[in-house]
Design a protein around this ligand. Structure first.
Ligand SMILES: Cc1ncc(COP(=O)(O)O)c(C=O)c1O
Length: 427
């Protein structure tokens, strides 16, 4: 059949929009109940504590704190890890995020970026190993896009060099490594709850964050940092005498989650596993449909990893050489004409090319200050991370489906096959 971009019939005729709808009435009921009860503030008791208990049970870890945002959970994790001026932390330049490590910058720590593993696009443990110095204190990988980093390798590096693993699990609720949920494996993992289902973070509260750990000391340190005036439930008192002495003063940040957001998050958490499993089933069906085609393949996952790209959709790798050097843009144009919603897009920003690392910004940090926390930021330039910089131009993105219209996945697979098989007509 002729390509749609050349006047032929489209491969995709089914409705390509997400068919799963969030339970809005249940969300409204949960929010209105709190308004009726007048529970609009508080942490450590009531619905925020109940949510922490529910999330703890879901992940299987020992300690959970809910926070205002994912980035405030992460900042608290960096404090808990003891990160400060003079320390270095390692974070991916591709698939990283400024909000992920802004807390560490404000503590005066220095970012050292690492290259991605070209097949998984996630922080490459071998590259990380080369960048570890006596100043490194924290590894800060990102389970970007709901795909899981090589946890065995990362935990091995932490053990060998006495480092703390602060996992950015902003997109990775429900993801697993070797059958264990992320949040119950490393030292500290932080989740974001930004947005609303579906399409935003896998558990949504509008805005919100969650910190998980199995380490009592890390939990208490995070808690004293970010929960000013938290009610400590009876029997759960701070055990470290230094932190206990702080009582309600803590360190002053009141980064608690808003109870109305928590009400929405409790509804969202209930459907997480079903959304996760349905998404994975649809993705795997598509993976099988396009397996073996030249020029396009799903981003790889580590054998022990189980992930779902509920946030930001599927990522695929494009190999123009295998399709007669057909440009990624032209390939996607032809797919879109078929009704396949493929985008020629990688990651928005690479961390080492952010203005704060590439330009002088007079006045930004205040009089005479060289950077946040009075510590100069490192300088990076284009070319410093060649793998990330070239790889970013070979990535394709496509929405995934929790609930797809009848026949859609088949048709999307057929559309991709059709364009690949007839790619010569596009050259
Ligand atoms: C990778 C990553 N880390 C951290 C965050 C921070 O989460 P929040 O927006 O809840 O502060 C985000 C938010 O999009 C993110 O994408």
């Amino acid at each position: 059949m002729e390509l749609a971009i050349r006047g032929g019939a489209k491969a995709v005729t089914a409705d390509a929009s997400e068919q799963w709808k969030r339970p809005v009435d249940e969300e409204k009921k949960a929010v209105c109940e709190l308004i009726d009860r007048g529970f609009l503030s508080g942490a450590g008791h009531g619905p925020p504590k109940e949510f922490e208990d529910e999330f703890r049970e879901y992940i299987g870890c020992k300690y959970v704190l809910s926070t205002s945002h994912g980035h405030t959970a992460l900042a608290s994790a960096f404090f808990a890890a003891g990160l400060g001026a003079g320390d270095e932390f390692i974070h991916p330049t591709l698939g990283g995020y400024i909000g992920s490590y802004a807390g560490a910058l404000h503590m005066g720590a220095t970012p050292v970026f690492c290259e991605p593993d070209p097949k998984t696009l996630l922080a490459d443990p071998q590259d990380i190993a080369k960048r570890i110095t006596p100043k490194t204190r924290v590894l800060a990988p990102v389970h970007y896009n709901g795909r899981v980093c090589d946890m065995d390798a990362l935990l091995g590096l932490c053990e060998k060099h006495d480092l703390v693993l602060v996992e950015d699990a902003a997109h990775a609720h429900g993801c697993e490594w070797d059958g264990v949920k992320i949040g119950n494996l490393g030292h500290i993992a932080c989740f974001s709850m930004q947005g609303i289902d579906p399409g935003n973070k896998p558990v949504t509260a509008g805005e919100g964050g969650i910190l998980c750990t199995n380490d009592r000391e890390l939990y208490e340190r995070a808690l004293v940092y970010c929960h000013l005036h938290r009610k400590i439930p009876e029997g759960d008192e701070l055990q470290n005498p230094v932190y206990a002495k702080l009582e309600a003063q803590f360190l002053g940040w009141k980064w608690r989650a808003h109870p109305l957001g928590i009400a929405v998050a409790r509804v969202s958490l209930k459907s997480l596993q079903a959304r996760f499993d349905n998404y994975v089933a649809n993705r795997e069906q598509l993976r099988e449909k396009i397996a073996g085609l030249p020029g396009i393949e799903f981003v790889h996952t580590y054998p022990k990893a189980k992930g779902a790209e509920l946030y930001q959709g599927m990522k695929l790798l494009y190999d123009a050489e295998a399709l007669g050097r057909l440009s990624r843009e032209r390939f996607c144009e032809a797919l879109q004409a078929e009704g396949v919603p493929m985008q020629p897009s990688g990651f928005r920003d690479m961390e080492h090319l952010r203005s704060i690392f590439t330009e002088d910004m007079p006045g930004l940090w205040g009089k005479g200050h060289p950077g946040p926390a009075n510590i100069p930021l490192p300088r990076y330039k284009k070319g410093d991370y060649p793998i990330a910089e070239t790889l970013n131009d070979t990535i394709l993105s496509m929405v995934g489906w929790i609930q797809a219209a009848d026949g859609l996945i088949e048709q999307v697979g057929d559309g991709i096959r059709k364009v690949v098989e007839q790619h010569k007509k596009l050259l």
